[in-house]
Design a protein around this ligand. Sequence first.
Ligand SMILES: Nc1ncnc2c1ncn2[C@@H]1O[C@H](COP(=O)(O)OP(=O)(O)OP(=O)(O)O)[C@@H](O)[C@H]1O
Length: 227
Amino acid sequence: MTGAVTLEHVSKFHGGTVALDDVSLTVTAGRFLAVVGPPGSGKSALLHCASALDLPTSGTVTVDGVDVTALGEIERDEWRRANAGHVFPSCNLLPSLTVEQNLALPLRLARLRPDRAWLRELVGRAGLADRLHLRPAELSGEQRQRAAVVRALAARPAVLFADEPVGGLGPGPAAGVLDLLAELAEDLGQTVVMATRDAAARAHDTLTMAGGKVVGGRAAHEARGWG
Ligand SMILES: Nc1ncnc2c1ncn2[C@@H]1O[C@H](COP(=O)(O)OP(=O)(O)OP(=O)(O)O)[C@@H](O)[C@H]1O
């Protein structure tokens, strides 16, 4: 199983603002981890550093044994395209393309060969098999966000990083998207790291952040850095 993420003494400063303050933790491969905390507690900063979208000011991030903080910029971009999938609050699907074209786009841009069996599996689980020919505007909000999850996983990344993936959805559609994330972890062993203010119920493990630090968690044996 892939997707083990380890942060060791990771700090991130933005000028004088501390976004992450000496965070050390381990995400177990194949688990669905929710990172919870109030606005400004450092959830996004944690996801950005863990997924190599951003470099920490200090500390190291290792994913499946690769120290991504030691990679040069070009190598880091290549690593991220192949190994880190991202979902954001807004689905960011291109309105002029069909769902199928949207799902294939990151693979085409990265010149990665599609794994058709994997894509079929994802599309089926997301309930989009009969929606592939439609434009994003013809989907429900939940279906659009499910499509964003499939797109993020198309390259078979080691880890899916979802930053407030249900932020713009009502309770019913949000539950549908969270169910999909939980199923992907439970049935396919997909490692998922999700930042959320309050939608952690379906996750296997929870870490709580405040002031850039990890201050608690349900999977205390899996993480270090508090108490
Ligand atoms: N680019 C930036 N420039 C300056 N400060 C930043 C920047 N990005 C984040 N911060 C600050 O770092 C801290 C942590 O921000 P972060 O976005 O990680 O929190 P969050 O828990 O994800 O919040 P939210 O729930 O609102 O998304 C906050 O004080 C924020 O203002």
